[in-house]
Every structure is written in C-alpha cells, then in structure tokens.
Design a protein around this ligand. Structure first.
Ligand code: AMP
Length: 362
C-alpha cells in the first residue's frame, strides 16, 4: 500500500484492549473500519463488527486476516515478533516489525537510544545475579533492576538499595531462573516524569504533541497534566528527542516517549511505547486531532492532523473501584468520561479515564 487508504478500507488491529477500542472509534469518522485480531475479546471488540478470535501463532487465521485488511497495526507492544513478521510478508505492518522489536526489549531500546545520541540514565545489560552485583557497583546504589521484556506499570522491576543482596533482587524479577535478559539502570532522582506523544506519517512528516507531566500512583499512571510545568528549554529538548526517535526508527504511527526531567533540567528518555499512550488520552478532548485519529491517519497513509492544544487539560485514570465515581464525574460540566466497557473492576485495572479541559492559560 503506497497510496492513502480510501473510505471503506480496513485497518487490522492486533490486540483487543482499550487502545485498540479508542483507535477504532477514532478511525470510524475517517470512513475506516477496524478488524480486531486477538485471542480473547476485549474493549475493542465491543465496538467493531470485524473480529478474528485466534492465537497469535495461528498462521491459518493470520493469513485469512491479512487477506481481508489493508494495513495492520497493533495496540500493545508484546505482539510476538513472528506474528508481525508473518503478517509483514502479506500486508503492510505499521509501525514496522523492526521498530516493534527494538521497543520490546529494554536493552535493544537503550542501545538504539544511545546510538541515536539520545540521553538516558546510565545502564548495563545483565543476565544473572552476579552481573547485577557488578552493575550495581559500577552504576552506584540505589539502582533499578528490570526484566528486558514484558515489564509494564512497574511490574518486573525492583530497586537495588545499599543493603540489598543482588541474589534477592534477582529472585524478585527472575523467580528461580538463573539466567534472564535484564537491565540495571542508575536511579534517576527526577523532578518530574513527562512524555511526548509523537506521530510520523507514511511520507515521513512528523507531528509531536507538547510535553506533558505524568503523575503515578503505585507505578501506574494516575494523572497527566497539560501543560507541563517546565521551561521552554526543556520543552524544546523533549520535542527534539521525540522527533529524533521516530526518524531514527523510520516509524509510521503514534509513539509515546516516556521521559524523566531532572532537577537541573536534563531530559532523559526512560522508555518507548510503539502505540498510542495513556499520557496522550487528554488529546481526545484537549487537542484538534486526538492521538487515536492521528495513529489511524498515519497507518492509513493519510495526512497527519493538527496537534494544536485547545485548552489546559487534566487526564485522570479510573483504576479499579474508581469507576464508582463516574456519576460524580458525569455531573462535572467540563469533565469528559471515557469508559472501556470492562465489567470486572479488579484493583489497579484501567477501567476508563476522565479528561477535564479548561480554558488555555498559556
Ligand atoms: P518503567 O516500567 O520503566 O516505565 O518504570 C516504571 C516507573 O518506575 C517509572 O514511571 C518511574 O516512576 C520508576 N522508574 C523506572 N526507572 C527508573 C529509574 N532509572 N530511576 C528512577 N525511577 C525509575
């Protein structure tokens, strides 16, 4: 597909979560349909009539899926590499499998960032407890030990403090496995956590939403505040970093760049999310084009939309029992409630979010 998709075309979506749901909803006004491929139904299949329920390694099902869609994208980064490669042999996959592979592994991600000249905290690849001890000696304590794969929302990571035995830290992330791909990172004493959601179109055009501040609770995003309370220098630096990342990855689609802003104004990249990002949900009500429409536009080869902000925004995640507050939120005149259609409100589960938009001050 080298030309823009025309109305009636179908985006194939790997994954049935809320990011896929919101992308499908935002693609619809562009005349684009979404076909979800996932082993289990979820928030996305509640809003699409096209759904293939199959395992990610079911090549017959993948081949049938590929034959009925015009482009394939995904809404979570742990799509198996073989699945992405199999599909890429049949239909355009955007973002491409190479970018996906880099973002799936913390060591390849940090190596990519280093090679692209993008600042991060100090780090070392490790694969056993002895290497953790050596890395902690080299980087200093406290430092953070993380699994290279499948970590999210603080899972698969632990802090190595001055008194921590490396073997104990290893057990926290690796259980009884003696060897595992992992990374040790120097601890960042940050002033705030921030992110830039950036899009790159099929023809290489780039549009970055402005830097936002992210506040976490128990390692899970709680609120995104827009605009972030940072200097223009930090804002410009963050924007330049995000642009460099998508160029260097030859990326097509929306990508979240998670960052730390240090007390002395340095911007360090923490990690990359090759998909729309929770910290970009404010754009649904606070920007001319929301990140989900932007992702659909990019993967469909359409021009990117304006990322201009129309107001100040606070996005609050509704986690677990927080959904009980929905009636209160609905009574707030400037609150926009977005629920994902999940019925079981387990602790910490992302059930929805609320955007409160107020007139722009800056
Ligand atoms: P991650 O899974 O890498 O996004 O990490 C989850 C959270 O852990 C981040 O949002 C930070 O609050 C914290 N964190 C991760 N890495 C570091 C680090 N190197 N230094 C300080 N805090 C960190």
């Amino acid at each position: 597909m080298s030309h823009p998709l025309s109305p009636g075309s179908v985006i194939g979506m790997l994954g049935s979560g809320q990011l896929g749901r919101m992308t499908a909803l935002a693609a619809a006004p562009l005349g684009l349909r979404t076909h979800v491929f996932a082993p289990e139904p979820g928030p996305a299949t509640l809003v699409t009539d096209l759904y293939t329920r199959a395992a990610y390694d079911d090549e017959d099902a993948l081949a049938r899926f590929a034959a009925t869609v015009d482009v394939v994208t995904y809404e979570f980064e742990n799509v198996p590499a073989r699945t992405a490669a199999f599909l890429a042999g049949r239909v355009p996959v955007r973002p491409g499998p190479a970018a996906l592979g880099i973002c799936q592994h913390r060591v390849s991600e940090k190596t990519f960032l280093r090679d692209a000249g993008i600042p991060t905290t100090g780090w070392r690849a490790v694969s056993n407890a002895a290497e953790v001890a050596a890395a902690a000696d080299a980087l200093g304590r406290p430092c953070v030990l993380k699994t290279a794969r499948f970590g999210y929302d603080g899972k698969g990571q632990t802090i190595v403090r001055p008194g921590t035995d490396a073997a104990d830290a290893w057990r926290v992330i690796a259980g009884d496995k003696a060897e595992l791909d992992a990374i040790v990172e120097a601890f960042v004493d940050f002033r705030l956590e921030a992110s830039v959601v950036v899009a790159r179109g099929f023809r290489g055009e780039v549009a970055a939403y402005e830097l936002v501040e992210n506040r976490h609770r128990d390692h899970i995003l709680h609120q995104t505040i827009v605009p972030a309370d940072v200097s223009d220098t930090v804002r410009t630096e963050a924007d330049a970093i995000a642009r460099t990342v998508v160029e260097a990855l030859d990326y097509v689609g929306v990508l979240g760049v998670e960052m730390f802003v240090t007390h002395d104004g340095q911007v360090l990249v923490n990690e990359l999310a090759p998909r729309p990002h929770n910290s970009g949900h404010w754009t649904q009500d606070g920007a001319v084009t929301c990140q989900f429409e932007q992702h659909a536009r990019a993967v469909a080869g359409l021009p990117l939309g304006s990322v201009a902000r129309v107001g100040d925004a606070v996005m609050t995640n509704l986690l677990g029992d927080d959904v009980d507050q929905v009636p209160t939120w609905l009574a707030e005149p400037h609150a926009k409630v977005h629920l994902y259609g999940k019925t079981e409100a387990r602790a910490g589960r992302k059930m929805g979010h609320v955007n409160v938009i107020s007139p722009r001050r800056g």
